[in-house]
Design a protein around this ligand. Structure first.
Ligand code: GAL
Length: 415
């Protein structure tokens, strides 16, 4: 009996050690990648880490753009229990760094020479006070259109080169009996369209309004024109657009129910997941009037301060994310461009190759801007203030004139 007890005790001890060892090699990851395309991309990261002996505790918080995820995160940190790594955008990373909540990746960043290969536009958010605090996974951009190729062909096959041609195409889609614009009416999606509409009225205008928050640009006639364009676009969405998830809007284009979607290139992940081929089933193009310019957002994994035991898996995860092979494999599936400048574009489809090329060219030309809608132009308070006005105007609660005035006031109050 005594022998049996000893064996049980020894087994329990062993099990305990094994559990501890496993726990030490675990990362808990909070993210909002819950759509089909996003989840498939995330699987690439999970598998990669598993192959390195790191297990993955998943903490998905659905809601594109990450608004809901950021609320859950705050609750976790307030409770003194932050996850190991958190998907995060731009200024949100800086905000957490300012609060002293983030860890330090300098050791791995120095060893792997991240300074030399990660674009400075991303480093602005991956570093705080000279220290690496986050590992960038990708670069997305928001000024894209995803068009159903069959519907475009029926309309003559020409990609719209300017605003008037875009409107003519939308009218044609209406005449074809399909929904011209597949849209999910939630604030971040309205704001994603607004990114492109404002950029289509000029690089300087986008910069003054959203990067510099210049009251003169925010309150200008041009801004009124931007809202007028939103009012016009609103006439091409279906009656059920309100509250629809972005990936369901992508599905409408994929299933020939709608003509096009204005969305960041994570939408491509949905098309690819559905087996669709760029150039054959769908067309990717920049929002008319924004060719040569890019509004970008980069998903990064911000690394929180963790216990000593958790440090190793955290660093392994950061290193795995920056590996050039992983960068290619992941971003091919996700629809984004790599977060390093030295990753070959060979494995990418035509839209991916275009994304990589556009980013490099815009960076060189000084026409690469942080996306307002996706937290790369301003801290959350300002972003949310803009969301609010854009959504109210889009839903007809404000006229363009009122929206301009409200925008100036809301930004001033939030700054
Ligand atoms: C963006 C994010 C993308 C994609 C999208 C929709 O903010 O950068 O990776 O996930 O939200 O969920």
């Amino acid at each position: 009996m005594k022998k049996l007890m000893n064996t049980v005790a020894a087994a329990a001890m062993l099990l305990g050690t094994a559990t501890m060892a496993r726990a030490a090699e675990n990362v808990e990851v909070l993210h909002w990648w819950t759509s089909g395309g996003e989840a498939t991309a995330l699987e690439v990261l999970k598998k990669d880490l598993e192959s390195k002996g790191i297990t993955w505790s998943d903490m998905p918080v659905s809601g594109g753009g990450g608004t809901e995820a950021m609320t859950v995160l705050r609750a976790r940190v307030t409770a003194g229990n932050p996850p190991t790594a958190v998907q995060m955008l731009g200024f949100d990373i800086t905000d957490w760094a300012k609060q002293g909540a983030l860890g330090n990746l300098d050791e791995v960043a120095a060893k792997e020479k991240w300074d030399d290969v990660i674009p400075t536009a991303l480093q602005k958010f991956s570093k705080y006070d000279g220290h690496w605090i986050a590992a960038p996974v990708n670069v997305h951009s928001t000024n894209w259109i995803w068009i159903n190729k069959a519907a475009l062909d029926k309309a003559g096959g020409k990609e719209p080169a300017n605003w008037d041609e875009l409107i003519a195409l939308l009218d044609n889609f209406k005449a074809q009996g399909i929904i011209p614009i597949a849209h999910g009416g939630v604030p971040w999606e309205d704001a994603t369209i607004f990114d492109a509409v404002v950029l289509s009225l000029g690089n300087d205008f986008y910069k003054s309004a959203f990067i510099d928050l210049d009251p003169a640009a925010l309150g200008s006639d041009k801004m009124k024109e931007a809202f007028d364009r939103m009012t016009k676009l609103r006439t091409y969405v279906d009656d059920n657009f309100s509250g629809r998830d972005w990936n369901l809007a992508s599905a409408m284009v994929i299933e020939n129910k709608a003509g096009l979607q204005f969305m960041g290139d994570w939408a491509k992940g949905e098309f690819i997941k559905a087996g669709k081929v760029p150039g054959k089933d769908f067309v990717c193009m920049r929002f008319p009037g924004t060719q040569g310019s890019v509004t970008f957002n980069s998903d990064q994994f911000a690394m929180f301060k963790v216990s000593e035991a958790q440090l190793k898996p955290q660093l392994v995860m950061a290193s795995a994310i920056e590996s050039p092979t992983f960068q290619s494999a992941f971003n091919v599936v996700k629809g984004s461009a790599p977060a390093r400048t030295d990753v070959p574009d060979t494995a990418f489809d035509d839209c991916g190759k275009k994304a990589i090329k556009d980013l490099a060219e815009a960076n060189k030309a000084g026409t690469l801007f942080g996306s307002m809608a996706h937290g790369h132009a301003n801290p959350a308070a300002v972003k949310n203030a803009i969301y609010d006005v854009v959504t109210r105007e889009f839903n007809g609660d404000l006229t363009s004139e009122e929206a301009v005035k409200e925008l100036v006031a809301a930004v001033a109050a939030a700054k």
